[in-house]
Write a protein that binds this ligand. Structure first.
Ligand code: DAH
Length: 363
């Protein structure tokens, strides 16, 4: 029988010399596999006398175990080396400035929200927020839309399952609940806008289940409809960057305002494109009115002392109008080509403060 120690050191040397995982694996199969030298020795045991077996058996087993351990150790070392090489070759220097043609862009809705906020904050409004998962009280009841009111049906509300207390939450159907939340905190005067997402179960070229509105609320002691008209006209002139935007107020009905009106912007629909500042068509962009006395009472304000106006404007609508985007559904299709076409450069945000046009001087 071959000198086991010599055999072990010879195979050990080969294991240490194996340059990569593949070489190590074929070495393992050759030496320790079924037809390898160690297995052949094992087989020889069968032909030995009992005494010889006693002597060689444990030694052979020890040899086999030692070599298997050595292979495992070498394998781990080689894997670590391979990983280090891979990591080094794939490392990214995150401190380097990204220079790429594939820059992201600002979504038109984000852009509209920024512009609207800028215009109204310049007029002295502050920006308020409310939750998108809303309670019935804020979305309906406090806004003078009691249970069984037909206006509830018109809202195509998404409801959550009933909670333990028997009430069910909903996805807010408009930004108007922020009016209630604002008036229930702190004292008047209030002068806020509240842009955000709203939800209704409705979908076609001009309706999507999620859409965007901006709410406005002004409450003080001497507010009248003239203020409402002025604020909307001033906004439209600045937002659309057209000095004589055509605006029309149509009498309407909302439970939370009295009197109420809807506002249309003059435009044209030609060859599948909307154009503002020309044509004889109209696109409705908002509902508005003087806050209903009942709403004021619901939030413990005395209508004999306080009055105010409110409006709710469709942000998606005014984005379509301003940039001539024909189909509302495209806003939310996440089509990169569309986003590239209609998106805005991150560092190229048009704003009142950077605009040089005649608008600034024509207050
Ligand atoms: N909340 C109404 C809607 O989504 C829009 C609206 C109308 C808001 C009149 C107002 C308002 O604040 O005064 O249809």
């Amino acid at each position: 029988m071959q000198d086991l120690q010599t055999l072990e050191s010879e195979i050990n040397a080969n294991i240490t010399a194996a340059a990569d995982i593949d070489a190590l694996e074929s070495l393992r199969i050759n030496e320790l596999g079924k037809k390898g030298r160690v297995s052949l020795l094992m087989r020889e045991l069968g032909t030995m006398s009992a005494d010889e077996k006693k002597e060689f058996g444990p030694k052979l087993n020890q040899l086999k175990n030692n070599l298997n351990d050595a292979v495992q150790l070498r394998k781990e070392t080689l894997e670590q080396v391979a990983l280090n090489i891979k990591l080094a070759s794939e490392s990214v220097d995150i401190s380097l400035t990204a220079v790429s043609q594939e820059l992201g862009s600002i979504h038109p809705i984000t852009q509209v929200m920024d512009e609207v906020s800028e215009i109204f904050t310049e007029m002295g409004f502050s920006v308020a927020e409310g939750p998108e998962i809303e309670e019935d009280f804020y979305n309906f009841t406090a806004l003078n839309i009691p249970e069984e009111h037909p206006a509830r049906q018109m809202h195509d509300t998404f409801y959550f399952p009933k909670g333990e207390d028997g009430t069910r939450k909903l996805l807010r159907t408009h930004t108007s609940p922020v009016q209630i939340r604002t008036m229930m905190q702190g004292e008047p005067p209030y002068r806020i806008i509240a842009p955000g997402r709203t939800y209704r179960n409705d979908s076609d070229a001009t309706h999507t289940p999620m859409f965007h509105q901006v709410e406005a609320l002004v409450i003080d002691k001497d507010i009248h409809m003239g203020h409402l008209k002025w604020a909307i006209e001033e906004f439209a002139r600045k937002f659309f960057e057209i000095e004589n935007v055509k605006i029309r107020f149509r009498p309407s009905y909302f439970p939370f305002t009295e009197p109420s009106a809807e506002v249309d912007i003059g435009c044209s629909f030609k060859n599948g494109e909307i154009r503002i500042g020309e044509g004889d068509d109209w696109l409705e962009i908002m509902g508005c009115g003087m806050v209903n006395d009942r709403v004021l009472e619901n939030v413990d304000l005395d209508p004999k002392i306080y009055q105010g106006f409110a409006f709710g404007m469709g942000l998606d609508r005014i984005a379509m109008l301003k940039w001539g985007i024909p189909d509302l559904r495209d806003f939310f299709a996440a089509d990169l080509r569309w986003l590239k076409h209609y998106g805005f450069q991150a560092l190229d945000i048009p704003s009142l403060s950077t605009r040089s046009s005649a608008l600034k001087g024509s207050k």
